[in-house]
Design a protein around this ligand. Structure first.
Ligand code: ASP
Ligand code: MG
Length: 422
């Protein structure tokens, strides 16, 4: 017997038929002998609808009332799932914020979880009752409803799994796992059986939006084993216990399972970056601090940075990337600082894409970057900026070449699925 937390996203909960199927999946887990808690999202589209109502009510929201409104979608699906479970003969009940307090700080709309008081829910689960918990929401120190930021119910599920010391947190979604790259770009992309927390974090931060990034950091910190799997399955599909999806685990656990790691685990593309170049900046101490200080203060995340060595006159160009959504704000800030920084021109380009190859295998292998640069060069793809971490190499290229670059790299690192027929 194990203790399992199951999480269902908005697409899986959209409407009576789908909730009925979710109820059957949940009941099957319990029938396999497990203690089960379920965390649910609002029905797909519902949170957007609620946000729009809030927008129409106030141009600048009262943050606490905004959360009262947008948190409500999850209350509906939690109650409905408990009802569907009861209809098929399971014992089940919902747990709202004053019954199972998910304690957060008071940063409304982006609250962070501080702890979960899980004694009551554990007793109920031990007595054979399925616990249904609305995701996305918590309660502030002032006793008001908070929400965790869009996509936050993944984080709710991992936090519940940590609190009840679950053996596994199964995240049921509309994809059946984590792939070597986006299967819509590369038909021969393969589903990964395992990926490490670190890899998943890198993949999530560079555009592979399977899970909310925060949920992965939390799982890593708390050592929660997470499986991503599909909720669109037939009643006779292989049980979740056989790991039909992708398991996200620690480096150590993976080493015990797979002796030889692939060099590269996955390739991700992110078109939401924008590039800015400031020309002819004085090559002196403090010049770069002058640029990035104000951006940091404005909470703008700078990713890749290139500074050339000074040419004549002791001047240099600085190029960097920011999230596309922050481009206008960044330009305004830098425009205001033009005198203080002392640059000549600002050139912005949002038609860029960041392509990343990710894998813990590269920690112990040389030549990963060289293969990347050579493969792209052979196809005439120009690299505009580069950044690296211990398990990732990213390059910035022209957005129009995104798909080509991903395909070329997927083959170059031998990630293409072999033909079945051969
Ligand atoms: N319903 C919330 C949202 O749409 C939370 C979630 O689904 O994860 O952002
Ligand atoms: Mg989601």
């Amino acid at each position: 017997m194990a203790r399992i937390v199951m999480k269902f996203g908005g697409t899986s909960m959209a409407g009576t038929e789908r909730i009925r199927r979710v109820a059957r999946i949940v009941q099957r887990q319990q029938a396999a002998g497990h203690e089960v808690a379920v965390v649910v999202s609002a029905m797909a589209g519902e949170t957007n609808r609620l946000v729009q109502f809030a927008d129409e009510a106030q141009a600048i929201h009262d943050p606490a009332e905004y959360d009262v409104v947008v948190a409500s979608g999850e209350q509906v699906t939690a109650g409905l799932l408990a009802m569907h479970l009861q209809s098929i003969g399971s014992k089940a009940r919902s747990w709202l914020g004053w019954q199972l307090p998910v304690r957060t700080d008071d940063a409304h709309a982006k609250a962070r979880i501080e702890g979960i008081d899980s004694d009551a829910v554990l007793a109920s689960m031990a007595a054979g009752e399925i616990a249904v918990i609305p995701g996305f929401r918590g309660v502030s120190p002032q006793g008001r409803v908070t929400t965790l930021g869009r996509g936050g119910s993944d984080t709710s599920a991992v936090a519940v799994a940590a609190a009840v010391k679950a053996d596994r947190c199964d995240i049921y979604t509309d994809v059946d796992g984590v792939y070597t790259t986006d299967p819509r770009i590369v038909a021969k992309a393969q589903k990964l059986k395992y990926v490490t927390y670190e890899e998943m974090l890198e993949l999530a931060s560079v555009g592979s939006k399977v899970l909310q990034t925060r949920s992965v950091s939390l799982a890593m910190k708390e050592g929660v084993r997470v499986q991503v799997l599909s909720s669109f399955i037939e009643d006779d599909a292989p049980a979740a216990d056989t790991i039909p999806g992708t398991m996200i685990v620690s480096d150590e656990e993976l080493e015990g399972i797979e002796m030889e790691r692939q060099l590269i685990t996955g390739i991700a593309a992110d078109k939401n970056e924008a590039k800015i170049t400031l020309t002819r900046i004085a090559d002196r101490p403090g010049a770069v601090a002058q640029i990035f200080g104000p951006l940091a203060a404005a909470n703008i995340n700078v990713d890749m940075i290139i500074q050339n060595i000074a040419k004549d006159k002791g001047e240099t160009d600085v190029t960097f990337t920011v999230p596309g959504a922050d481009l206008a704000r960044t330009q305004a800030l830098l425009e205001a600082q033009k005198e203080a920084i002392g640059y000549y021109r600002m050139i912005a380009d949002s038609k860029v894409a960041k392509i990343s190859v990710v894998g813990v295998g590269m920690k112990s292998h040389a030549g990963v970057a060289a293969t990347m640069f050579r493969s792209l060069a052979d196809r005439g793809i120009n690299i505009q900026a580069i950044s690296t971490s211990e398990i990732k190499v990213s390059v910035l290229i022209d957005e129009d070449e995104t798909e080509l670059a991903v395909r070329v790299l997927h083959s170059a690192y031998e990630l293409d699925a072999k033909d079945e027929a051969a």
